[in-house]
Design a protein around this ligand. Sequence first.
Ligand code: UD1
Ligand code: UDP
Length: 398
Amino acid sequence: MKIVSIIGARPQFIKVAPIARILRDEKNVINGVKMSHKIIHTGQHYDYFMNKVFFDQLDIPVPDVNLEVGSGPHAVQTGNILQKVEGCLIEDEPNLVIVYGDTNSTLAGALAAAKLHIPVAHVESGLRSYNRRMPEEINRILTDHCSDILCVPTVNAFRILKKEGFDNFLFDGNLAPDPDEKWGPLPEHFPVGINVGDMMYDAVRLSMEVAEQKSRIMQKLKLEPQGYFLATLHRAENTDDHKRLREIVHAFREISLLKPVIFPAHPRTQKMLKTLDLDLSGSNIHLMEPVGYFDMLILLRNAWKLLTDSGGMQKEAYFLNVPCITLRDETEWVETLQDGKNVLVGSDSARIISETKKPSLRHENIDTDNPFGDGRSASRFLKLIAEMEGLLCAHQGR
Ligand code: UD1
Ligand code: UDP
């Protein structure tokens, strides 16, 4: 069975890692089915700390192809990926294409495959912010609606898809049984949905121990546990809206009077800060290049609080029991809002500042009753596609 993963942006490298790891450990044989796994990198992200560092740290195989599309406006970037991916897929003739998350690489990969009648699996399906001004929201909706296997990370994502008319869900949208158990007969038509849990939770569980051994970031930045705020920012709605960006930076300046703000900034944000002449020098904000995954896990685990507009980091804060302040007006990761573990504050300075002043409440261990599964999402996913091998191959000839 020939599988192709299409990835291109930072969070997608993290999401593919658990799948690549299991395939390597199992010598590409899952439930008796031989699988080959090819990685197509679209080249959407390309700087070392946005790209290669994740391959090195997470032991992800070097991509078989890099399409080197680089940056550009949405239509240009999406169109270039679409065009280039199509050529690769025609040549490779895979039995399944896997796409991850909600970036332009996700949509272009899914669309190219669907038009070639190659079955598509969407990892992180069913997410909605209900804000159609987010490019990611458009990518999510369209990708879900042209995919054949909809892998939702939570029960909430299952409910969202059900409302949109998907009715062929395994195990009634509940987390699929343990991958070592027998699953019983599977449905015979597509699209099919399954709740496998969240791949990013797998990734955190796989990486935390080695991050602790390898990361020196606390020593390098001379940080004490819980002695700083951690901040990340990259959403177009914040960086490209000058008023919002100024408000957020003003809030960072104010809260840095309480504790330093460690701010590994996405290149898009760095560029916008320069364009707007928003100079952070002289404040207690430590603006720096993006960091690798291991350093990020350690910075996050030891932070007093996280301020972010990142989807992935809202979840990681939840996994690591770190209070999260989300610099957005809505979130697709509504599970993280439970018990105030994550609070939506938008970009209003006063709201951001007031939230940072509240106590930093650490919550119970989430291992029991975790809405994101049990850290075995990749195993469930691979088991499903192994069991559906025959159906996938037949489906291709539709
Ligand atoms: C993209 C995704 C977003 C995801 C984010 C993860 C889309 C529409 N957006 O946003 O959903 O949360 O990735 O990080 O797909 N740049 C560099 N070096 C790089 C990459 C980018 O300098 O290696 C700069 C370029 O100026 C580029 C800008 O960042 O124009 C934005 O990059 P792009 O990939 O278009 O969008 P992201 O903001 O990264
Ligand atoms: N991340 C990282 N270094 C950074 C910023 C983020 O390793 O400097 C990781 C973070 O831990 C998470 C992922 O990148 O796993 C999130 O990516 P991003 O915020 O770019 O995208 P989103 O999740 O919002 O799509």
